[in-house]
Design a binder for this molecule. Sequence first.
Ligand code: SF4
Length: 387
Amino acid sequence: MSTWQEVLKQRSISSLDSLAERFGAEQFPELDRLRQAAENFEFRISPAMVDLIKEPNDPIWRQYVPTVQELEVVDGVVDSLNEDEDSPVPNITHRYPDRALFLVSPVCASYCRFCTRRRKVGDPEKIPLSQFESAFQYLESHAEIRDVILSGGDPLLLSDRRLEAILIRLRAIPHLQIIRIGSRVPCHLPERITPELCDLLKRFHPLFLNTHFNHPDELTPAAVHGLGMLADAGIPLGCQTVLLRGVNDTPEVMTKLMHGLLMARVRPYYIYMADQVAGGEHFRTTVETGLRIMKALRGWTSGLAIPAFVIDAPGGGGKIPLLPEYVESFNEDEVVLRNFKGERYVYRQPRELVTVGGRITDPEYDLQPDFELPKSRKRAPRTPKQP
Ligand code: SF4
């Protein structure tokens, strides 16, 4: 039986010529410009994904086959999340107070054309495997970091030996409570999920794995089997899905994907708006498309199947959740709500709620600090009783 390395090396498509041979040269009329797009960002389609392409321009094709649209940059940004600015040492991004991103692998089994990190993924010089020491030292010396996320590229494309060395070193850091791995391997290269890998990972609990599926067809029997092996190793599985034009931008496709993930024992974690990344702009949908999908999920299916819908804010603002509007009005007496069917309900505020300067506040928790009361509803601030 072939190893996962052999499968990846021998059966992937990694040149436009092989692509044209497989799907017909007529599919690629602008070959010269296409070569430029393929040069701008690494190109490889793993066997599992090649086998899933049913026809040109289908949802799987769109994710991996280069297109001349990648050359049309309108408002895309090379480092759209400003990750490099928040990088104190090579391979580390430290943006949030208690967690850090550690890029441990420059390569992926398939390269997604919408990749946010396309400026460096696929390039070992930009994600250098030789510079881990300063990253380890940074994590060791920052006691506020309790959660490290291994990413890349795809961490699970490292050999078991190298992965083990990284995990041993991380587990020796007392303040690191949680290790997370971000990997698209269960989708791209299910052959990589071996019993040996599962035995290795389960030695480093609490270890979480966030995978990435974008379309229900990607949940092949092999992928579901691999996910089951990881779940059996006690690894909590989450999924980060990217909302992509022409791939999963309808409620029907997204609902089917979320249900399929749960059946594969994966909890949907995030749906991301596609980032504003140069070269990937043609994948972007409107925010309203995402909100419409979330509205189609909430209430109509189990809460387990509903991830948070977020925009990773351009410029490094972090993940900002977006919710369809369910609150019709809000004052110190009541909140008027619409349920998933659009029906109206009223929830009475508790008596302790007071207003200060026209803003609704709670003695212990500011519910909506920026919510301004209509003038007619404003009350004078309460003054504390004199003893
Ligand atoms: S698997 Fe992840 S890191 Fe690799 S190309 Fe796709 S989105 Fe980028």
